[in-house]
Design a protein around this ligand. Structure first.
Ligand SMILES: *Cc1c(COP(=O)(O)O)cnc(C)c1O
Length: 375
């Protein structure tokens, strides 16, 4: 059976975990957390990086730091993972869903402005498959209406928009290092931002509401309870795994792009024959080969294709059930405007196996089977 995903192991993961254990300090913010943060600051040209226990938690921090209050409205696509919405619902916000663009599956930037009311506080673009949303337009709208922008860049680590790293363009960016993502620590994530004014609040929030970070820097002589907080620090063992992956980021990236390009080239004829559609990467976007998906005619064809691939030992996966059609989405949100593409496009989309270890032979086998399918 060819898996849909397997976490990468590229080299020093176990060595660094052993070293982390030998450091005699396993809690957060030790050697490896610092190495990971420094690496990201430099690579992504961002001034603040906080490693977290998940992207979900990074989103929670971003919602808190954006000062989201009960009754506030937050605009996002319905075609996303539940955490994008959960983080804001936790603060009592109402989620306002906007339709997506069929070419990238990202929020349609042209529909955002008409969803804004006087309660709107934030826009949450989700960079699906590591392909950027139209950030220039989104930032322009946010400035005009004084809204915060929280980028869900869970899938967008090491992807760029006109030269800027995804996650570093809005007020806050949230990364995921879950094992299904390009670079991993099992479970984990990061909150990144440019404005130093949020640093102190972020530290306190992440450290149970205390000024413990200041205490460790010798800036206060005891640490106290300062404000509301939670615990968002991953352990050093997880950070050690991640650091080994970040160091080999280009190796992972190259391999994923090779797989992406192989699928893209070898399925082109099916697109020309009108049987499938392949993903699109707009101008200015450098993607990170997070995923390879195809879109087929309709839900029925997709269901048949998944079953056919499974019979042939290949795991392919559909993706999100739109949030506005799920029970919590109906309770906590509303869809603004018409759902022209969200449901229709999500029902046609199928993700093919994509992971670091996927062999060339398996790639050939997968393409061969898809070519032989009766669309
Ligand atoms: C994976 C993912 C998340 C959640 O990431 P975790 O690290 O598992 O919390 C959130 N949003 C999107 C778009 C994702 O793909």
């Amino acid at each position: 059976m060819i898996d849909f995903n397997r976490p990468a192991i590229v080299g020093n993961e176990l060595n660094y975990i052993r070293d982390a254990v030998n450091q005699g300090m396993l809690c957060g913010d030790g050697k490896y957390t610092k190495l990971c943060s420094a690496w990201m600051k430099e690579r992504f040209a961002v001034s603040q990086v906080f490693l977290t226990t998940s992207c979900t938690h990074a989103l929670e921090m971003a919602a808190f730091l954006s000062d989201i209050q009960p009754g506030d409205e937050v605009i996002m696509p319905s075609y996303t993972f539940v955490s994008t919405a959960d983080a804001f619902v936790l603060r009592g916000a109402k989620v306002v869903f906007v339709d997506i663009r069929p070419d990238t599956m990202n929020i349609d930037e042209k529909l955002i402005e008409q969803a804004i009311t006087e309660k709107t506080k934030a826009i949450v673009p989700v960079h699906y498959a590591g392909v950027a949303c139209e950030m220039n337009k989104i930032m322009e709208i946010a400035q005009k209406y004084h809204l915060k922008v929280v980028e869900d860049a869970a899938q967008g680590v090491e992807a760029y928009y006109y030269g800027r790293a995804l996650g570093t363009i809005g007020d806050f960016g949230c990364y995921s290092f879950h094992e299904t993502k390009n670079y991993t620590m099992g479970e984990g994530g990061a909150l990144v931002f440019q404005k130093n004014e949020y640093q102190e609040k972020a530290e306190i929030l992440r450290e149970k509401g205390t000024d413990r970070s200041k205490f460790f820097r010798g800036q206060v002589d005891k640490y106290r309870w300062i404000d509301y907080g939670s615990s968002y620090l991953p352990s050093e063992m997880n950070a050690a795994y991640l650091y080994a992956q970040l160091e080999e980021c280009e190796k992972i990236n190259r391999k994923r792009h090779q797989i992406y390009d192989y699928y893209h080239t070898n399925l082109e004829n099916l697109e020309e024959e009108g049987k499938i559609e392949r993903p699109c990467v707009p101008e200015g976007c450098v993607h990170n080969a997070h995923m390879y998906y195809i879109k087929v005619k309709d839900l029925q064809t997709r269901t048949r294709l998944i079953a056919y691939l499974k019979e042939n030992g290949i795991c392919a996966a559909f993706h999100y059930v739109p949030l506005h059609s799920s029970p919590a989405g109906q309770k906590f949100g509303r869809f603004n405007g018409k759902d022209v593409y969200t449901t229709k496009e999500s029902e046609r989309l199928l993700r093919l196996p994509m992971f670091y270890d996927l062999s060339v032979q398996d790639q050939e086998y997968i393409v061969d089977k898809i070519q032989k399918f009766e669309f």
